[in-house]
Design a protein around this ligand. Structure first.
Ligand SMILES: Cc1cc2nc3c(=O)[nH]c(=O)nc-3n(C[C@H](O)[C@H](O)[C@H](O)COP(=O)(O)OP(=O)(O)OC[C@H]3O[C@@H](n4cnc5c(N)ncnc54)[C@H](O)[C@@H]3O)c2cc1C
Length: 338
């Protein structure tokens, strides 16, 4: 489930306040530096500039890049089968994906509740979500804002149609130009808006403001985020560690660990947290993912095709259908000729 409001106001701030009331001590802006091992257990951690922290259970839930560095600082940890996976897990380096927001001063309908859209033919591979679909009317979207789209540009290496530059070398203004141009170029999105808004298309709703999340720093040498982002790929997926390690009081969490959600997502992060909690609290329930039989069967077929270097299941089925039709057609023609 998506959150029912902006994640800080509706979730994290309230959660942190509750935990604070229960006596949890937070060390904000204080990186975990090292985990210390004694007798096969974690005996303590060092955070920030040498502050020692002790706990009964240690949960390593940083980005996989930071986790790989922490593990590498303590050679005993690298002997664990799960912790040893961090090195290959981050072998491809960070992945550039940039989030942005587009505000409209009019409420715009989408065809179905909670529709998320991926503009798969856009150069920057843009995904979009209209937050007001999921949030109650009481949530303040911003001054004068009636529709608030959040989006992500997921591909950073393909040149955009406006400035001819890939995302990673765009300035912030060039990036926003590209995002708007690529959104307006989508006939499918426009048609969807037309149908849901009684014949008014995307261009009939003026954009009030656009914004890139402040986490990203644009420069001619390339874009850099405050925190490196990871992503599930065919290279990295196989190296995801499980949450339980052979160190009894050390568990792993994060969307980069092994989950049924399968991809690096909020859902994966949440599931990993429950799985990590279950290692120490066996009563914790982890909801299984709903995967229909057809999806499981095509996924298995797809894995088998991929292992043989063949194209995606849908492409193979499509090609087989076209070949079958062509064969049938040529037999029909030769039958007629004879
Ligand atoms: C642009 C963008 C758009 C996205 N859009 C979506 C979406 O629409 N839907 C979706 O499901 N997912 C989306 N995702 C993916 C989703 O945000 C991640 O999968 C999820 O946040 C991962 O959660 P996590 O807890 O594993 O890691 P993170 O959220 O990365 O948390 C790791 C934490 O570790 C902290 N940290 C790092 N180093 C240290 C250290 N040394 N010591 C202590 N702490 C440290 C970091 O500050 C951070 O708070 C998006 C990601 C990006 C980048």
């Amino acid at each position: 489930m998506l959150l029912r409001g902006p994640s800080n106001e509706w979730w994290f701030d309230r959660w942190v306040a509750d935990l604070g009331r229960r006596g949890v001590a937070f060390h904000w802006e204080t990186p975990l530096h090292q985990l210390h091992v004694d007798g096969g257990r974690i005996s303590g951690a060092t955070v920030g500039a040498g502050t020692p922290v002790e706990a009964d259970v240690y949960v390593l839930a940083t980005t996989p890049f930071a986790a790989a560095e922490v593990v590498a600082r303590t050679p005993e940890l690298e002997r664990d089968e799960q912790l040893a996976k961090f090195r290959p897990l981050v072998q491809d380096g960070p992945h550039t994906q940039v989030s942005f927001r587009i505000a409209f001063d009019e409420r715009m309908a989408w065809p179905r509740e909670r529709t998320a859209i991926a503009l798969t033919d856009s150069a920057f591979n843009i995904t979009l979500f209209a937050n007001e679909q999921a949030w109650p009317a009481s949530v303040d979207l911003g001054r004068g804002v009636r529709s608030l789209w959040t989006g992500t540009a997921c591909v950073s290496t393909v040149p955009g149609p406006v400035h001819g530059k890939p995302l990673r070398t765009c300035t912030e203004d060039e990036f926003l130009d590209e995002v708007l141009a690529q959104i307006y170029a989508s006939d499918a999105l426009d048609l969807m808006i037309l149908e849901a808004n009684g014949g008014r298309g995307l261009r009939d709703f003026p954009v009030l403001r656009t914004e890139v999340w402040p986490e990203w720093h644009f420069s001619p040498d390339g874009i850099a985020p405050d925190q490196p982002k990871w992503v599930t790929t065919t290279n990295t997926r196989a190296h995801r560690p499980a949450q339980a390690t052979s160190v009894p009081n050390l568990v792993l969490a994060g969307a980069h660990t092994e989950t049924e959600a399968d991809i690096w997502s909020i859902e994966g992060a949440v599931e990993s947290g429950r799985r990590a909690a279950r290692v120490v609290e066996p009563d914790v329930v982890v909801q299984p993912q709903h995967k229909p039989l057809l999806l499981r069967a095509t996924a298995r077929l797809d894995d088998a095709l991929y292992a043989r270097g063949l194209p995606h299941a849908l492409h193979v089925l499509g090609a087989a259908t076209v070949a079958g039709l062509a064969l049938g057609f040529s037999r029909m023609r030769s039958g007629r000729a004879t």
